[in-house]
Design a protein around this ligand. Structure first.
Ligand SMILES: *[C@@H]1O[C@H](CO)[C@@H](O)[C@H](O)[C@H]1NC(C)=O
Ligand SMILES: *[C@@H]1O[C@H](CO)[C@@H](O)[C@H](O)[C@H]1NC(C)=O
Ligand SMILES: *[C@@H]1O[C@H](CO)[C@@H](O)[C@H](O)[C@H]1NC(C)=O
Length: 184
């Protein structure tokens, strides 16, 4: 018990010390070397959205409210999609896209997409870029705003461009190439 209390105290001390350092510098220790306000950072990856099969990375949580809507207007999906360096799903993992997309256009297929790009490798491992935008999947390039971020991406502003790399014959599973440009 006493040992546990000591461990807890040490942890709290470390936490308090980290918080203090963060507050003093404004950015925290990670950002000072990783941030650059004079040029945007370019992040490139492939996004794997798999709805079908035994272990989907995106699930439908609201089914189409109107079965005859040509765009399944109102349908909601939640995703935890793997992000990789190359288009091959087995290539190096670089992060996850966690969030949701919902059918928000009654005329042509288009989603409101809200996601956190959680980076898990490389220079920006542990940092998050938050994207909120409109994704009309039949457009060759879809642009969505970067609305914020954490750690190295505090104060982030920028945009993400999505381009479909591969669409399965079922029209559901997709591999999408992303180029994200961020000032931070
Ligand atoms: C910031 O970007 C500029 C222009 O690309 C570059 O010359 C400079 O070295 C960068 N600074 C850092 C700290 O990365
Ligand atoms: C369902 O969608 C169809 C096609 O857009 C539309 O004509 C119909 O009015 C909708 N029905 C309801 C109940 O909203
Ligand atoms: C990313 O950071 C986590 C936490 O610090 C660490 O466990 C992991 O090994 C890192 N991943 C890579 C690929 O560097």
């Amino acid at each position: 018990m006493a040992k546990e209390i000591v461990v807890m105290s040490v942890l709290l001390f470390v936490l308090a010390a980290t918080t203090k350092a963060d507050t003093q510098s404004g950015y925290g220790p990670r950002c000072s070397s990783l941030c650059n306000s004079s040029a945007p950072t370019h992040i490139h990856f492939y996004f794997h959205d798999k709805i079908t099969g035994p272990s989907p990375s995106a699930v439908q949580v609201v089914s189409p409210p109107n079965k005859t809507s040509p765009t399944s207007f109102g349908t909601v999906y939640v995703m935890d999609d793997p992000l990789t360096e190359g288009p091959d799903p087995r290539s190096k993992p670089v992060g996850r896209a966690q969030g949701m997309y919902l059918s928000s256009d009654q005329v042509r297929i288009g989603f409101l997409q809200a996601m956190n790009i959680v980076l898990t490798a490389g220079l920006y491992n542990g940092s998050v870029i938050t994207v909120l935008g409109s994704n009309h999947i039949s457009d060759s390039i879809r642009e969505m705003p970067v609305v914020g971020g954490t750690s190295a991406f505090r104060f982030a502003r920028g945009y993400a461009q999505a381009r479909t790399y591969f669409l399965d014959s079922n029209g559901l599973d997709a591999i999408v190439e992303y180029n994200v440009y961020v000032f931070h």
